[in-house]
Design a protein around this ligand. Sequence first.
Ligand code: NDP
Length: 393
Amino acid sequence: MRSVSVFGATGSIGESTFDILMRQGGPDAYRVVALTGGRNVARLAAQARALKAEVAVIADDTLLPELKAALAGSGIAAAAGQNALLEAADRPADWIMSGIVGAAGLAPGFRALSHGGTLALANKESLVTAGPLLMAEARAHGARILPVDSEHSAVFQALVGEEMEAVEEITITASGGAFRDWPLDRLAHATVAEASTHPNWAMGQRITIDSASMFNKALELIETHEFFGIDPGRIGVLVHPESLVHALVGFRDGGVIGHLGAPDMRHAIGYALNWPERMHLPVNRLKLAEIGQLTFAAPDPARYPALRLAREVMAAGGLTGAVFNAAKEVALDAFIGGGIAFTAMANVVEEVLSRLSAAGTLGKAAQSLDMVLETDREARRVAVEMIETMQRT
Ligand code: NDP
């Protein structure tokens, strides 16, 4: 029986993973080792009971009594806090979903890799902040990383049986997010509610807002570079409002292989769970005759400054990705909290990058996870300081 763990089980990716696991036999088909959540005790406990997990971990340690009460009589162990998350990652499993949002997902995923097995990576921030370290950790322990981001799963699928040296270009698509068709001068007044509505995908709030700003696509550009080891100059982004073509791989003989499918993360999650087999999955089938036409356009650099920043980050390399991600997370928190305008998020990130690059050390390769986490903390400190200054003036 395969053993599985799901980090971030209570989130959007986690719920889709739970759905697929249940459809594929649940506790009769899988030995479920660990499920983790951030604060949603009720959902975590319900999932743990349904999947007969060995341990359920809640990241917020003040919620441990509540989790214990919710699991009373089930025989499922309850734990809480950052160390408990790492201990859960120390429990070997054949397949681990890395579905925590943000840099918080890095350390547990990294730890899970040290026990071999397969890490299904939804947490793109891990590759953005510590790509080379993560890939090296997987190699060192004979672990495998399978992409779960829909674009990267699409590229991975298009590359089956192909050699990377035959690849000329990888193009990932973007819906354009909530504000694709807004006049540019309205963007500064966009509300959190408006930014939290995605035209095609149902996802967590943070990634949905990141789709509107294209910080999500910016992270994915870096993710593509780190995961597939392709030069940044050969990675493109296309705005594709229908979100049906997820990625295109262009080869040196002029052929292009595209991956199409309904915008439903259960495809990419199920593909990673069943890989290398393909099993029946409950996603809508594409009816192209009904859809009629697919549209594509180059992204507008004035609307989406995040894409330019991502290219600067890839050119600088080293620890720059950790700064980029941390500053983005703080700016996003500030936008969600009503502290800054939608358009100010890119300004904050650009300014933090420029301040921390001035020291001239960011381009150095990270030697350890601690270095990445230290850089993350420093970037957050500078970003918070900068936002406070912005708010005072
Ligand atoms: P959600 O916000 O829906 O869920 C995040 C999960 O992480 C929840 O289980 C949440 O717990 C948990 N969590 C939040 N903060 C912490 C923390 N500090 N420590 C531990 N756990 C925490 O996010 P998504 O599911 O949308 O995204 C998860 C990851 O997958 C992200 O990296 C995202 O970029 C990526 N991704 C998501 C896609 C999607 O369709 N949603 C598509 C492709 C990639 P709780 O809710 O209990 O507080």
